[in-house]
Design a protein around this ligand. Sequence first.
Ligand SMILES: *Cc1c(COP(=O)(O)O)cnc(C)c1O
Length: 432
Amino acid sequence: MILYPHLSVNEQGHLTIGGLDTVELAREFGTPAYIIDEDVIRQNMRIYLKAATENFGAGALPLFASKSLCFKEIYKIAAEEGLGIDCVSGGELYTARAAGFPAEKIFFHGNNKTDRDISDAMEMGVGRIVVDNIDELYAVSDEAKARSITQKILLRITPGIDPHTHKAVVTGSVDSKFGSAIETGQAMDIVKRAIAADNIELCGLHCHIGSQIFDVQPFSDAADIMIRFIADIKNTLGYTIKELNLGGGLGVRYTEDDPQIDYAAAISDIASVVTDFCAQNGIAMPEVRLEPGRSLVAAAGITLYTVGSVKEIPGFKNYISVDGGMPDNPRYALYQSRYTALIANRADMPRSYRATVAGRCCESGDLIGEDMDIQPARRGDILAVLVTGAYNYSMASNYNRIPRPPVIMVKGGKARLAVARETYEDLIRLDL
Ligand SMILES: *Cc1c(COP(=O)(O)O)cnc(C)c1O
């Protein structure tokens, strides 16, 4: 086992995922390629569903935050596992519906939904629109009025929590582009307006404090602030908030230095804050939604590359260059995210070499990681980067006109294409 039980090394010393030899997978599908172990995603979805319903009650529902990994098949898996989903754009909505995902289990997010997004979402009949701000509240109200429907909404609230994660992934502080803050009074104001707004049914509140958070305390604190706010709304306005969406953000183990979170235990801890408060204050337990993205899909994925140039600069660094980089994994460039890398065809050897793994783009910042401990590498080796299931494929670009890699799903000892490799033809398809 390497970091996770589905990653191992076989007799030939090759890295395996879901029991399949990654060197064989690289030969069959080419590189770079994303490989996703479907069983890991399904297991994680089951852990969340079970823990959510056991701890928050039968009405609880985890929503897969599909911005973390988005293509048709992933929505089919989420539907089969009984989860709802969170979509943040018209493109995600379109993909989910193309995959046959039930509209009523879609929660539509985003801090700046366009008029077209709002209209598309209503046309599809999404379950909830999560309204970010006052401006958007009236845009949603107007569209619902024009359609003579009542749109069910949640309001995005910023509880004012500092979750001690990278500042680029903090989303629940007062000064944020997301949501309305309790602290400034704007949250109560938007609640009042939502209750009064035409063609709107205010069902619940939403918060999402950030991402890649290992400590449960910020989630418990956020849950505490939100449930008190719900009690405050009941006391001052006489209005019952029936749904509480606590967002996503639980952390994932990317390297041996990261802890492995017990997600079921974390959910149980957070739930006790909400259930205790409701019991002590005699208020009805809201229906709780959780919105995990990363913690459902990150560990399931790896990326396979072929090693090109290996360069040693005396007195400085060693560089291993691969046939991908920031177009398929921009996370180091964005957040200095740390990864585990290995030479897949010598995975049984010690990681005794220290190198910067570089991509192939014309940018010095195009790195997979600096000072990574890895096996000594040579041209033609297969290099695997682990834990790339979240925010890799979904953030991929065509920078330098590099076609996006395919997504290969592994299940029951078999591999199949879920997303084909982009071709050069695909790259010029929209060029007129
Ligand atoms: C990104 C996001 C999530 C998922 O966050 P993870 O860290 O991937 O679990 C959930 N809810 C909202 C609103 C988000 O923006």
